[in-house]
Design a protein around this ligand. Structure first.
Ligand code: ZN
Length: 394
């Protein structure tokens, strides 16, 4: 007998004093953003245009595309490298095990594994990159023609006009925290636009950046009276670290470039590296920036009455994040605090071909296992997040 409560058809923002918004790949796949989920990352990389890239970068694309089929075939020889069923966790884990167990492998195997990890990471960055200029309407809250779909921008609009508080920016920024599992900078661009419009809402990643120490021309998001905190638990396409002096930068609305010729804005060494945690069964979260973000996420969740989780299937491979959710909920319960967990998913339309209709039900079951009676499920539609954001009420 199904005793679960009826699915939500709308959500009142003011009903929860503090809300944490957690985004998975399903949020960024929504139109008009269309960032591929894990199932189509390699297919995207195999065909994505590289227009505008330097000749060296275009050559690197060709080289990596030439090597990737072989790297994936070594791990899953029964699959084509662009097949949606290729497990990136499995592939990354395999090469990490080789690279970190030099006693069990030859130096050549270890060097190959490092090359494979470099190539896979490059493909991941390229395939999740956001297309369209920073000024595209999809990144501009309050500036789009009425009705234009842009779920991230629409969400920001809802939060800032929430309950008509005065001044709305201070009120909203104090009540809402964002957490994202994704590398893309869709939400970042929306928030940065608020600042450029003079709304005085800054963006805080939950750790200090070294942009202010730059010797020349590092663009910065101006500090506002208020800021939204965006906690990026797997790193970001707009973060870079200098391996020479340790400085950590954000390139804000642009993707960070870390290849040859890119120099640190503080010490000018040519040794920038990205900050990203890739999919894997053997993920490690010991990067100091990532560790700080995780501590901030734990605090944010423990302090939020409502967690709205959008487009995230709670995969078993994310054992660390599942543990964090479990611990934060347990901490709240120990303090006698209730937590409302709202799952926002996408239910494929019947005519969608490859859609496994029970995928959403499987996610609901996973969530129910972890959150029991705290779970509330939004009545999912084929457009998912794109429709949910329009079901928000003051
Ligand atoms: Zn440096």
């Amino acid at each position: 007998m199904d005793t679960s409560p009826a699915a939500l058809t709308e959500l009142s923002l003011s009903a929860a004093p503090r809300t944490a918004w957690i985004f998975g790949a399903g949020a960024s796949r929504c139109a008009p953003y269309n960032v591929p989920t894990q199932f189509s990352l390699m297919a995207r990389f195999s065909t994505q245009p590289v227009a505008g890239a330097t000749p060296a970068l275009r050559q690197h694309f060709r080289d990596v595309r030439g090597r990737l089929p072989g790297w994936i075939a070594q791990v899953q020889p029964g699959r084509v490298w662009t097949d949606w069923q290729v497990s990136l966790e499995e592939v990354f884990s395999h090469y990490e095990l080789v690279a970190t167990q030099p006693r069990l492998h030859t130096p050549t195997q270890v060097a190959e594994a490092r090359q494979a990890l470099d190539d896979l990471t490059f493909a991941l960055r390229a395939a999740t990159a956001v297309f369209g200029g920073n000024n595209a309407l999809k990144f501009r809250p309050f500036e789009r023609p009425a009705g234009t779909a842009a779920p991230y921008a629409e969400l920001v609009e809802h939060l800032l006009t929430d309950a008509g508080a005065h001044p709305p920016r201070n009120y909203a920024a104090g009540r809402h925290t964002f957490v994202t599992m994704n590398y893309d900078i869709l939400l970042d661009r929306c928030l940065l636009h608020l600042d450029s419009r003079g709304l005085g809402v800054g963006l805080d990643y939950g750790f200090p950046l070294d942009n202010g120490r730059a010797r020349r021309g590092a663009d910065m998001a101006a500090d506002g009276d208020a800021h939204f905190t965006l906690l990026r638990v797997h790193g970001s396409l707009n973060w870079a670290r200098c391996l020479n002096c340790g400085a950590v930068f954000s390139t804000w609305a642009k993707h960070a470039q870390t290849g040859p010729g890119e120099v640190c804005a503080v010490c000018e060494a040519e040794s920038l590296a990205s900050i990203m945690v890739h999919p894997s069964y053997t993920r490690v979260y010991d990067d100091p920036v990532i560790a700080r973000v995780w501590a901030g996420t734990r605090r944010a969740l423990a302090g939020a009455d409502r967690w709205v989780i959008i487009g995230y299937s709670l995969p078993a491979a994310d054992v660390h994040f599942r543990a964090l959710l479990r611990e934060a909920r347990a901490r709240r319960r120990a303090q006698g605090l209730a937590t409302e967990v709202v799952l926002v998913g996408r239910r494929p339309a019947p005519e969608e071909n490859q859609a496994a209709p029970d995928e959403f039900e499987r996610a609901v079951s996973e969530y129910r296992a972890l959150f029991a009676d705290d779970l509330r499920v939004w009545d999912a539609t084929p457009r998912g997040f794109g429709d949910f954001v329009r079901a928000l009420r003051p």
